[in-house]
Design a protein around this ligand. Structure first.
Ligand code: ATP
Length: 300
C-alpha cells in the first residue's frame, strides 16, 4: 500500500512553504525526507498527519484520500510530547487505546516492547524519573505500539547513545519487514544512507532530488574514475595511456580513464615493474557530500 503526496501546496500568510510537491512511498519502504532547516519537511509531515491543512494537493494511501480514521499512523514528532507526571504504563496504555487497541492488547504489546528496549523495570515509574534516552524510547513505543500502517519518524535517533541507536534502527527495520510504510526525516546523513530506500530532498518547498539512495550516489559519483593505492609513485606509467592523474595523496592516485582496457594495460605494466597494487576502488560519494553539494549554495 502506497502513500502518495500529490501537488502539495502550503502557505503561511504570504510565504509559500511548499510549492506543489509530489512523491510517494511504497509499502515496506523507508523514504528519507531531507532538506536544510526551513526547507518544508515538518510542513509536509504535519500535512500528512492532518495536523495542518494544506492549501491544495492530495494525500492518498492505497489510492484513497488518507484520513486518520481510515489509516493507522504512528508519529514520532521532533518536539517530543509525553506526560511527565504519568506512569509509563498508564501513558502507553492511553496511547494504545487512542489508536484502537483494547487495554489488554495494549498491555501485552507494551510489556513486549519495554522488554525489547531493555526498560521493562520502568513500567510503573513516572515518565519524569526516566533519562532523556529512555523517555525517547517511551515516545517511540507510543508511536508504534499499535503496529501502524504508516510510521512517520522525525529525527528518531537524536540524543541517543550508539547502543540505543542500534536498538532503534532494528525496531525501524522490523517495522519495514512487517510492511509498514515509513517516512523518516533526519539531518544525520549516515543513518539516512544506511536505512532509507529512497530519498526526497527538499529545498525551499521544492523537490530537488527524488531517487533511490544508490541511484543518487551513482548520479553524483565521478564517472570513469578509479582510486589506486600503490607502494610507489606510478605517474611515469600514466603517460600515453589515455589516463589522467586527477590527484595523489599518500600514494593513493585518483585516475580518470577513457576505456577500462587502458586500466588493464596499466595494471599489467605495474605488475611487470613489481609495483604492488594495494587497493583498487571506484570513488563513491556519500549522501553527506551530496546534501552539501546540492543544498549548501542555497540559503536556508
Ligand atoms: P527544520 O529542519 O528546521 O525542522 P523544516 O524543513 O521542517 O525545518 P518547516 O518547519 O516545514 O521546515 O518550515 C518551512 C518554512 O515554513 C520555514 O521557512 C518556516 O519558517 C515556515 N513556517 C513553518 N511553520 C510556520 C508557521 N506556523 N507560521 C509561519 N511560517 C512557518
Amino acid at each position: 500500500m502506497k502513500l502518495e503526496v500529490q501537488n502539495l501546496v502550503k502557505s503561511y500568510g504570504n510565504f509559500q512553504a511548499l510549492n506543489g510537491i509530489t512523491f510517494s512511498v511504497e509499502r515496506g519502504q523507508i523514504l528519507g525526507l531531507l532538506g536544510r532547516n526551513g526547507a518544508g519537511k515538518t510542513t509536509t509531515i504535519k500535512s500528512i498527519m492532518g495536523i495542518i491543512e494544506p492549501d491544495s494537493g492530495d494525500i492518498l494511501f492505497d489510492k484513497k484520500p488518507l484520513t486518520r480514521d481510515s489509516v493507522s499512523i504512528g508519529y514520532l514528532p521532533e518536539e517530543r510530547g509525553l506526560y511527565m507526571n504519568t506512569r509509563v504504563k498508564d501513558q502507553l496504555v492511553y496511547f494504545g487505546m487512542l489508536n484502537g487497541l483494547s487495554k489488554a492488547e495494549a498491555l501485552q504489546e507494551i510489556k513486549q516492547l519495554l522488554e525489547q528496549f531493555e526498560i521493562l523495570q520502568y513500567l510503573n515509574k513516572k515518565v519524569k524519573t526516566l533519562s532523556k534516552g529512555n523517555k525517547q524510547k517511551i515516545q517511540l513505543i507510543s508511536a508504534i505500539l499499535h503496529r501502524p500502517q504508516i510510521a512517520i519518524l522525525d529525527e528518531p535517533f537524536s540524543g541517543l547513545d550508539p547502543v540505543n541507536i542500534e536498538l532503534f534502527k532494528n525496531t525501524v527495520l522490523d517495522l519495514k519487514k512487517n510492511g509498514t510504510t515509513i517516512l523518516f526525516s533526519s539531518h544525520r546523513m549516515e543513518d539516512v544512507e544506511e536505512m532509507c530506500d529512497r530519498i526526497v530532498m527538499l529545498n525551499k518547498g521544492n523537490i530537488v532530488e527524488n531517487d533511490t539512495v544508490s541511484g543518487l550516489i551513482e548520479k553524483y559519483s565521478k564517472k570513469n574514475t578509479i582510486l589506486l593505492q600503490v607502494n610507489q609513485d606510478i605517474t611515469p606509467f600514466l603517460h600515453n595511456k589515455n589516463l589522467k592523474l586527477q590527484s595523489e595523496h599518500n600514494l593513493i592516485f585518483e585516475i580518470q580513464y577513457e576505456k577500462k582496457e587502458d586500466l588493464t594495460v596499466l595494471y599489467q605494466e605495474l605488475l611487470q615493474q613489481n609495483i604492488q597494487l594495494i587497493k583498487v576502488e571506484e570513488p563513491k560519494c556519500s549522501l553527506q557530500s551530496i546534501f552539501i553539494k546540492e543544498l549548501s549554495d542555497h540559503e536556508s
